[in-house]
Ligand binder design. Structure first.
Ligand code: AMP
Ligand code: MG
Length: 699
């Protein structure tokens, strides 16, 4: 059970207003699974936090909010400044003194004021203003007082972390602390009984403030963040990591990894538990946002296109990336654009078997040239240049020797003794291939998101690639539900039916490139709960069939409604009802209908493009063709219909005799689907109808 419902990370800034246009070194806030929010100054950021916390308190939502600045100072500092040991006393002390407006703040003067309380010069330094400030040196080396250690204990462990005393200069965090703590202090007072501060207080209220330091997982951030602005990517990745840690029940362990003696100084979340933290960063990228399938309120029968648009918007990749040898890339989805390592062909070569020589202009005549000894063959180049006026034998794929720009086809030549006669006409450059005429080194040859086929693998190899970054294979669990089901080979009584959907859907998902496992479960809530939980732990997406409606034995939808998330999509589609889209422990479930034809159509139409995006690929649109119909049909308005169809010898689409969605034999009879529009129409033989070949669904 996770400790928090929502995880929000804040990249703070000690600087002044950064303007309307989102930019770096401003304040960025991101909730896990949401888009980063840009806030140009601290006043707006405090407002945002205030509103967000207020909403959470009203809704009983538990928030974990991380801030990327130190919550405290080396031990002893607080007591010298405030007279109290409690580090939160310093928060209040700073809150009282800090004057902060979007265009200016008093952090340097406060630093100087505090310095007066310590012997010598320091510990604060780094006056970033033009005017000199008494007691606040510009350089760290100008300090004389050594009353305070340079770093908190946690900063000695967090390699590369800046000391809290430095108030300006690249990377300095001191200004963030002085401007941040007063804001946290105010929020803490405002929501007094709701906020606890880690690690100073027990986290026994609904809102927790924790200290974070994105550099702890900088490598993972660099790899995963795609945002053009670094700060935005940082908060996005770290919010997702903390959320994932929590969902995996590991956040408590991380929170507990604080040495007792450091509780008064503050601690960075994840230091001391780096392995767990990093594992969460790399183990598995984002899951889908919770309840991402929610339909807008008031939607009744959703037209297919609208349903597809909603589903498309809800999807995102959920798989990690890995390096894959080119030869194994077939069926994998590219996680980055691939550029040619070398040109193809790498050097000018011959397109035919023949004789090479130099030619300046089109020659219509017969030419006789002395033939040099030796030859240029593929992989065995000719070892010298060919002087103007002479020829040499060259074979297909052989590099053109220096001096050769044209090749005469062997069939157009006659060799006699050490001369060669070439029958014209022939053009300069004939039968040769230029270096890079196909692909130039550095050119993008395949783009991110492409699911590679055999030709693609050949291309990547040809242009010199050895490995490609690909998305991990999506893992799918196919679950057939129903007390009546039996597996192939089992004895089945009359009241039982063999599981057709399980094998069918599993084969389809394998064809789509996924790692597929299957399981069957009866109409039993307890067993189903266990099967869902196992699937959620072991796979990325679940396809169920059966039990998706709202009847007494429709346990898939009932269980999702009770313990997961569900949206029963009433899609205006035949065959296709009912389609239940939901999530179990963050893993999407495509609850397909039990009738095999409806299960097939919904899988092909909805699951296929959605899974493709989850696997890092494109949203897939099936390719259809307009063909004359070989049938007549009157169709009513208000739903789209798919008919099992095939192209007859006369080139017309004929349809299966029955539209019954249990008639699975019709799927094998057919070679595709005829798609009839949402609107009412009358189809007469010869009218054009849209035929989608099954090949379009990779089924
Ligand atoms: P349900 O959606 O569970 O009410 O099932 C609707 C119809 O589909 C019933 O006739 C079921 O027996 C049938 N059905 C459900 N699951 C399967 C399956 N895996 N294979 C074949 N038929 C199924
Ligand atoms: Mg059933």
């Amino acid at each position: 059970m996770s400790l928090f419902d929502t995880h929000i990370m804040v990249d703070w800034s000690g600087g002044n207003d950064t303007g309307a246009k989102p930019r770096k070194d401003a304040i960025w806030i991101c909730e896990a699974d949401q888009e980063p929010v840009y806030l140009r100054n601290r006043v707006l950021a405090e407002d945002w936090l205030n509103t967000r916390i207020s909403a959470a308190v009203d809704a009983g939502e538990r928030l974990c909010i991380g801030f990327d600045f130190a919550f405290g100072y080396p031990d002893g500092f607080c007591e010298t400044v405030t007279g109290h040991k409690d580090p939160l006393a310093l928060w209040a002390w700073l809150e009282e003194r800090m004057k902060d407006a979007p265009e200016a703040n008093s952090r340097f003067d406060i630093g100087a004021e505090i310095n007066q309380l310590f012997d010598g010069i320091g510990p604060f330094w780094g006056n970033g203003l033009k005017r000199d400030i008494e007691g606040l040196p510009r350089k760290g080396n100008d300090r004389t007082g050594r009353a305070m250690p340079e770093r908190r204990h946690v900063e000695t462990l967090a390699r590369g972390a800046f000391a809290v005393w430095q108030l300006s200069g690249a990377g300095a965090v001191g200004g963030q602390v002085l401007t941040g703590l007063p804001v946290l202090s105010r929020l803490r007072r405002q929501f007094a009984e709701h906020v606890s501060v880690w690690p100073f207080e027990k986290l026994d209220s609904s809102i927790a403030f924790v200290e974070i330091w994105p550099s702890l997982i900088s490598a993972e951030i660099a790899e995963q963040a795609t945002d053009p602005i670094k700060d935005a990517g940082q908060v996005r990745v770290i919010a997702n990591v903390v959320a994932r840690l929590d969902q995996a029940d590991k956040l408590q362990t991380v929170l507990d990894s604080v040495p007792e003696e450091s509780r008064r100084e503050g601690w960075i979340l994840g230091v001391g538990a780096e392995d767990i933290f990093r594992a969460a960063a790399t183990a598995r990228p984002d899951r889908l946002p919770s309840n991402c399938f929610a339909l807008p309120p008031g939607v009744d029968w959703t037209p297919v296109d609208e349903a597809l648009n909603l589903l498309h918007a809800a999807m995102r990749p959920v798989v990690a990336q890995e390096d894959c040898p080119i030869a194994d890339c077939g069926g994998r989805v590219l996680a980055e654009d691939i550029c040619a390592v070398r040109s193809h062909p790498p050097a000018p070569n011959s397109a035919v078997d023949g004789y090479g020589f130099h030619l300046d202009e089109v020659s219509g005549k017969t030419v006789i040239l002395p033939l040099m000894k030796g030859r240029s063959a593929a992989g065995v180049p000719f070892d010298s240049a060919v002087p103007n006026g002479q020829a040499v034998q060259v074979l297909t794929g052989a590099i053109l020797p220096d001096g050769v720009n044209t090749v005469a086809l062997q069939e157009d030549t006659v060799v006699s003794g050490n001369h060669i006669t070439i029958q014209g006409p022939i053009k300069p450059g004939a039968n040769t291939r230029d270096a890079g005429e196909d692909v130039r080194a550095g050119e993008v040859v395949l783009s991110k998101g492409r699911r590679m086929n055999g030709c693609d693998v050949g291309l990547l190899s040809a242009v010199g690639c050895d490995f490609a970054k690909v998305f991990g294979r999506l893992r799918i669990r196919v679950i057939s539900t129903g007390d009546e089901l039996r597996s192939p080979g089992e004895v089945a009584a009359d009241h039982q039916v063999y599981d057709a959907n399980g094998p069918m859907l599993a084969r389809m998902a394998k064809n789509w490139g996924y790692e597929v496992s299957t399981v069957r479960v009866g109409d039993d809530r307890t067993a189903m709960r266990q099967v869902f939980t196992e699937a959620a732990n072991e796979t990325d997406a679940i396809l169920t069939s059966g039990g998706a409606s709202s009847g007494a034995e429709d346990h898939v939808s009932a269980l999702l409604a009770e313990e997961g998330h569900i949206s029963s999509w009433r899609v205006a589609l035949k065959p296709g009802r009912p389609l239940a889209l939901g999530q179990w422990q963050g893993v999407p479930i495509f609850g397909l209908p039990g009738n095999p034809v409806a299960a097939f159509v919904c899988a092909a139409l909805f699951a296929r493009p959605a899974l493709s995006v989850m696997a890092g690929g494109a949203w897939l649109e099936p390719q259809g063709f307009w063909v004359p119909s070989g049938f007549a049909k009157r169709k009513k308005d208000g739903r789209r219909e798919y008919l099992r169809a095939r192209i007859a010898e006369d080139g017309r689409a004929e349809v299966f005799a029955s539209e019954g969605s249990g008639r699975i034999s019709g799927l094998s009879w057919a070679t595709g689907l005829v798609e009839l529009p949402h609107e009412g129409i009358t189809v007469e033989p010869g009218d054009l109808v849209r035929f989608i070949p099954f090949a379009s669904f990779d089924q």
